[in-house]
Design a protein around this ligand. Structure first.
Ligand code: GLN
Length: 454
C-alpha cells in the first residue's frame, strides 16, 4: 500500500485518479495486517486496489466522471466493493473514466483525459475507455488491480490498449447494486489486472449472489483459481469468419494467427465458425445502450443527487431540470440521451428499439448455436487497432469512436463472459490484446484458456 501511494504521487501526469484516499488506505492496510497476523487472511487480504468512479463507495466521492454528480457522497457501498473489502482488499482511491462510462478513450471525463503509460516517442496516447483510469493505473503499477465495468467493451478495450488483462463476466455473475447504471441489461463489472491468475482471484472476491440485484444469478461462486489447471487439451476454439473485417491491419491478423497457434500448441483444437449476425451488433448496441441510458439518466434532475444549476428569478422546475442537465452532462452524454429518447419515442419505438431487440436475440442465437455445436470458446482480436493518440478523434464523426467497439459489443448483447489478454506488440511497440469469449458461466474455463496466451 505504501509503495502504491508513493507511485501514485509520482505519476500525477497520467491523471488516472480522481479521488485519492490515502488515509483510508493506511487504515485498511493496518486492519489487513492484523487479519494476517491472526491467521485469518482471505485471498485479497492487504491487496491495494483502485476503484472505478462508477462504483458507489460510502462517504467517498462517486460521480461517474460527471459534473452532474459534483458533491455526491453515497451513503452506501456497492456490493462489489463491499465484497472486496470483506475479502481484505485496500482502497487507494477512485479512478477516472469516460463520463457515465460512455466512450472509448477516457476523454469525456470531467476530470480531463487520462494518459496511457505506454507512448510512442513523445506522442501521448489514450488508455482507452471507459475504464481508462483503471487500465492506466494497473499498467503503471499504481495499484495491484482495479475494478472496471463493461457495457460494450469498457473493460476489454482499455485492457488491450495498456497491455493488461480485463475480464467481463457473464451477465448476472457480479452484482450491479451500487454501480451507477449506464445500460442495465448490458452493464457488468469485472477485474482489471496484470495477470490472468490475478483476474481469477479477484473475480472470485467480486462475485456473489445478491438479493439487492434482481439480475444477480443464483449460482454459487466457483473457485476460479482452482480452474487454472493449465490443461486445455481437447478444448475446441472457434475462429469466427465475420470478425475478419475488411481493412483489418495485417498486424492484428498476424497476432490472431499467433494466438491460435499458442492454443493449438497447448493441445486445443482450433476450428472456423460462423456468427452470421455479427455485422448488426454495433448498430443494435448503439440503439439499445442509449435507450437504456436515457431512461437511467432521467434521475439526474437537480433534486436527488449532486449538483443543481444556479437559477434565475422566475425560473421554475422545468428551467431547473433544463439548466442542471445542460450544464451537468457533457456532449457525449447529451448525445446518448437524445438518441435514446428518440429511439424510444412513440413514433419510432418499433422501427428502432424493437428492431434492435430482435437483432440482439439473433446475435445471442448465433452464439448458442456455436456452443451447441461443441465450441468451448471463441478467439477474436479485442480491438481493431492499438491505442490511438489523445485528441486524435476530436472533431471527427462520433461514429468513428463507436467503431472501436466492433469486436466487443456482441459479448454484452449476448450476456457472455469475455476476456482480453495482451498477446504481443505492434511495430510501434504498443500492446495488442486478443479476446476470448466463453460459454455462459464458464469464467473458469475461459480463464484457464486465457492463461495459455500469456
Ligand atoms: N465504448 C462503448 C460505449 O461508449 C462501451 C462503453 C462501456 O462498455 N461502458 O458505449
Amino acid at each position: 500500500t505504501e509503495t502504491c501511494l508513493v507511485a501514485i504521487e509520482a505519476a500525477g501526469a497520467l491523471n488516472a485518479w480522481c479521488h485519492k484516499t490515502p488515509e483510508k488506505a493506511r487504515e485498511m492496510a493496518a486492519a489487513a495486517d492484523k487479519r494476517i497476523a491472526a491467521g485469518d487472511a482471505p485471498a485479497m487480504c492487504g491487496i491495494p486496489l483502485g476503484i472505478k468512479d462508477l462504483f458507489c463507495t460510502r462517504d467517498v466521492p462517486s460521480q461517474a466522471a460527471s459534473r452532474i454528480l459534483d458533491g455526491f457522497l453515497p451513503q452506501y457501498e456497492s456490493t462489489v466493493t463491499q465484497n472486496l473489502w470483506d475479502a481484505g482488499a485496500v482502497m487507494l482511491g477512485k479512478l477516472s473514466m469516460d463520463e457515465f462510462a460512455m466512450g472509448s478513450s477516457n476523454e469525456s471525463a470531467c476530470y480531463g483525459p487520462v494518459v496511457n503509460p505506454w507512448k510512442v516517442d513523445d506522442r501521448q496516447l489514450t488508455p482507452g475507455g471507459s475504464s481508462g483510469g483503471s487500465a492506466a493505473a494497473v499498467a503503471a503499477d499504481l495499484c495491484l488491480a482495479a475494478t472496471g465495468t463493461d457495457t460494450g467493451g469498457s473493460i476489454r478495450q482499455p485492457a488491450a490498449f495498456t497491455g493488461t488483462v480485463g475480464l467481463k463476466p457473464t451477465y448476472g455473475r457480479v452484482s450491479r447494486w451500487g454501480v451507477i447504471a449506464f445500460a442495465s441489461s448490458l452493464d457488468q463489472a469485472g477485474p482489471m489486472t496484470k495477470t490472468v491468475r490475478d483476474a481469477a482471484i479477484m473475480l472470485g472476491a467480486m462475485a456473489s449472489v445478491d438479493a439487492k440485484d434482481s439480475t444477480s444469478a443464483e449460482r454459487a461462486v466457483p473457485d476460479y483459481e482452482a480452474a487454472l489447471t493449465g490443461d486445455i487439451r481437447g478444448r475446441r476454439i472457434g475462429i469466427p469468419r465475420e470478425y475478419r473485417m475488411e481493412g483489418m491491419s495485417d498486424e492484428i491478423d498476424a497476432l490472431w494467427h499467433k494466438a491460435a497457434e499458442m492454443l493449438r500448441d497447448a493441445g486445443a483444437e482450433v476450428v472456423d465458425i460462423t456468427l452470421p449476425h455479427t455485422k448488426y451488433a454495433l448498430p443494435a448496441y448503439y440503439v439499445i445502450a442509449p435507450a437504456e441510458a436515457s431512461s437511467n439518466l432521467a434521475r439526474y434532475d437537480g433534486v436527488r443527487y449532486g449538483r443543481r444549476a444556479r437559477l434565475g428569478a422566475g425560473d421554475g422546475v422545468v428551467e431547473m431540470y433544463e439548466k442542471t442537465r445542460a450544464e451537468g452532462f457533457g456532449p457525449e452524454v447529451q448525445r446518448r440521451v437524445m438518441i435514446g429518447t428518440y429511439v424510444l419515442s412513440a413514433g419510432f419505438y418499433d422501427a428502432y428499439y424493437n428492431r434492435a431487440r430482435k437483432v440482439r436475440a439473433l446475435i445471442k442465437r448465433d452464439f448458442d448455436q456455436v456452443f451447441a455445436d461443441g465450441i468451448d470458446a471463441i478467439l477474436t482480436p479485442a480491438t481493431p487497432s492499438a491505442a490511438f493518440g489523445l485528441g486524435e478523434m476530436s472533431g471527427k464523426d462520433p461514429v468513428e469512436m463507436y467503431l472501436n467497439d466492433v469486436f466487443t459489443v456482441t459479448v454484452n448483447l449476448a450476456g457472455l463472459p469475455g476476456i482480453s489478454v495482451p498477446v504481443g506488440l505492434d511495430r510501434q511497440g504498443l500492446p495488442l490484446g486478443m479476446q476470448l469469449i466463453g460459454r455462459p458461466w464458464d469464467e473458469g474455463g475461459l480463464l484457464n484458456l486465457a492463461q495459455s496466451l500469456e
